[in-house]
Design a protein around this ligand. Structure first.
Ligand SMILES: C[S@@+](CC[C@H](N)C(=O)[O-])C[C@H]1O[C@@H](n2cnc3c(N)ncnc32)[C@H](O)[C@@H]1O
Length: 195
């Protein structure tokens, strides 16, 4: 079997992410994960949140990786589906949306679409959880985030760490507000939006 892709960051952050999901996703329901990447979060988190139907999604090229991780004992994730946030979304509504480390990879215009379409596919009283690095008051929260942002822009100048306030504004346009902003390891945050 071909060696499956592996993200050390996903291994490092899965336990703290679980703690936040356990707090904010207590009611049973369906969770759509956007930009699931390797599929490590889907495989591990789904097994520890058995009251959730965990639906991983990503661009088509990543679906084979996600399927490989799903064969892990303990994974309860549903088979992954293709979702480019700029294209057709699955019908929904979803009780929860979760995305990790995607807002600095997508161009800002795609982040806007992701938030708008995500909110429109979110159930009433649903929650949208966003993990990743953010700037506050136009400032980096660490030197490592500053260096990371420079590296992202060197690769593609549409990429970059977003301002938390700008993200909050995009959600406000869809009548969703910031319910919580959790400090996470390695200068990341987990933002929770709802109504
Ligand atoms: C840095 S990876 C993060 C993967 C995983 N969530 C994690 O935390 O390890 C960024 C992910 O965003 C996805 N992505 C980028 N543009 C996207 C788009 N337009 N629609 C959906 N996913 C997208 C990529 O395919 C990739 O899986």
């Amino acid at each position: 079997m071909q060696e499956r892709p592996y993200s050390q960051a996903a291994e490092n952050n899965k336990v703290p992410i679980l703690a936040v999901l356990q707090k904010h996703c207590q009611a049973p329901g369906t969770l759509l994960e956007i930009g699931a990447g390797t599929g490590q979060h889907a495989a591990w988190l789904s097994g520890r949140l058995p009251h959730l139907h965990w639906q991983p999604s990503d661009m088509a090229a990543n679906l084979p990786h996600i399927r490989q991780w799903q064969s892990d004992p303990g994974s309860r994730a549903l088979p992954p589906i293709e979702l480019d946030v700029a294209a057709q979304w699955p019908a929904g509504p979803f009780d929860y949306l979760f995305t990790a480390n995607t807002f600095h990879i997508m161009a800002a215009s795609l982040v806007e679409i992701c938030i708008r379409e995500g909110c429109r596919h979110l159930a009433d009283r649903g929650k949208f959880l966003v993990y990743g690095p953010f700037n506050y008051d136009g400032q980096y929260t660490s030197d490592s985030n500053r260096q990371f942002d420079q590296w992202l822009k060197d690769v593609d100048d549409n990429r970059g760490i977003r301002d938390q306030e700008w993200v909050v504004e995009q959600f406000a346009r869809e009548q969703r507000r910031l319910l919580a902003d959790h400090e996470m390891p390695a200068n990341n945050r987990l933002l929770v939006f709802g109504d």
